[in-house]
Design a protein around this ligand. Structure first.
Ligand SMILES: Cc1cc2nc3c(=O)[nH]c(=O)nc-3n(C[C@H](O)[C@H](O)[C@H](O)COP(=O)(O)O)c2cc1C
Length: 342
């Protein structure tokens, strides 16, 4: 079904004139998987995606782990819309990270991203994610070994925060990653302590964006085209990563691109979003076991309701449905009412 919808979409929406800005679709564990990447990149506006993190702890992982989190490896490392998907690794052992990066490269990943931002306690306890912000030397060593392990034409990028407890070591962290040879750095403009709470401290990026020898991608609290434009002014960054905002507003990247070109095009309406829910549900029925197939839809509705109040009402009426057929029927029943209201 997603296939048929893709063919219907105006292909112009997936292409965009080469502005001197880029938009990256964020990694979001358990939320932005290959089905969601397909949907959002088909709507368009993204230059790149990053997978959910592949956790590297003690072994060289088998290829099935990489394929599970990044099925796009089977199609040239790109979404069906043609957007490259970088594979994200999370771990603290430079040698193991490097050897797993080689597996990802051999499987066809177009780029490797290193996760130094995950705040989850379980992940941090096993010395992965944001905890490496406390030890810039180790963070730099992971970057350097991964960089040395894969071919020079494979970009190695990193995703960091401003720091762990505070932002005092931010410049040292950036220097370690840059000296380690990463070619781009995404900064979620908060410390680990600040978690996901607003505000994002975009202004903290301005100095490094001016000084760094590589692109700095700003991330955090980008919910609307005007947020992205304001963030650009304050952070001096040209490139941006969209995360929760991309789920609340599926056309966000496209709308940002239009805003950069001075166009004020109408936002997607609920009547336009609703058919995407049906497509999304049916695609998940192929991607997941039947008993899990409704979960991604419910999860997405929780994000969508921030922008579309109708999604909140829909969530309340379907939240107890577990069976795919029942959910599909529930959406089918609601669809005609929507077109009557439009
Ligand atoms: C549910 C969830 C899962 C996430 N998973 C990842 C992940 O796997 N890797 C990563 O680097 N960041 C992950 N992040 C962080 C996001 O990529 C992003 O940095 C963060 O949400 C800030 O951007 P936003 O304010 O636009 O949402 C996750 C965030 C959320 C909310």
């Amino acid at each position: 079904m997603l296939y048929a919808w893709r063919a219907m979409m105006n292909s112009d929406t997936t292409k965009h004139p080469s502005a001197d800005h880029r938009l990256v679709l964020a990694p979001m564990e358990g939320v932005i998987d290959s089905v969601m990447r397909d949907l959002l990149t088909t709507i368009g506006g993204y230059d790149r995606c990053v997978t959910e993190f592949v956790r590297v702890s003690q072994t060289i992982l088998p290829s099935r782990v990489f394929h599970r989190l990044c099925p796009e490896l089977l199609t040239g490392g790109r979404t069906p819309a043609g957007t490259p998907v970088f594979l994200q690794l999370l771990g603290n052992n430079p040698d193991l990270m490097a050897r797993n990066a080689q597996v990802a490269e051999a499987l066809g990943a177009p780029g490797i991203d290193l996760n130094f931002g995950c705040p989850a306690k379980t992940v941090n306890k096993s010395q992965g994610g944001a905890v490496l912000l406390k030890t810039p030397d180790l963070l730099g060593a992971v970057c350097a070994e991964v960089r040395a392990a894969v071919a020079p034409e494979i970009p190695v990028t990193a995703k960091i925060r401003l720091g762990f407890e505070d932002d005092d070591s931010f410049e040292a962290i950036v220097k370690a990653a840059v000296d380690g040879g990463v070619s781009e750095l995404t900064v979620h403009a908060k410390t680990r302590r600040q978690g996901y709470r607003p505000p994002a401290h975009w202004s903290r990026l301005a100095q490094i964006a001016n000084d760094a020898r590589l692109p700095i991608i700003a991330n955090g609290e980008l919910w609307s085209p005007s947020d992205v434009i304001r963030c650009g002014t304050v952070s001096h960054c040209k490139d941006f990563m969209l995360a929760r905002g991309a789920l609340c507003r599926p056309d966000l990247a496209r709308a940002v691109r239009h805003a950069w070109h001075g166009l004020n095009t109408p936002a997607m309406t609920w009547a336009e979003v609703f058919p995407l829910l049906q497509i999304f549900l049916r695609s998940n029925a192929h991607a997941y076991e039947p008993r899990h197939a409704c979960n991604p839809l419910k999860q997405w509705l929780v994000y969508l309701k921030h922008y579309f109040p109708q999604a909140g009402a829909l969530f309340s009426s379907v939240k107890r449905i577990r069976d795919f057929e029942e959910m599909d029927l529930a959406l089918e029943t609601i669809a005609p009412k929507l077109s009557e209201a439009a």
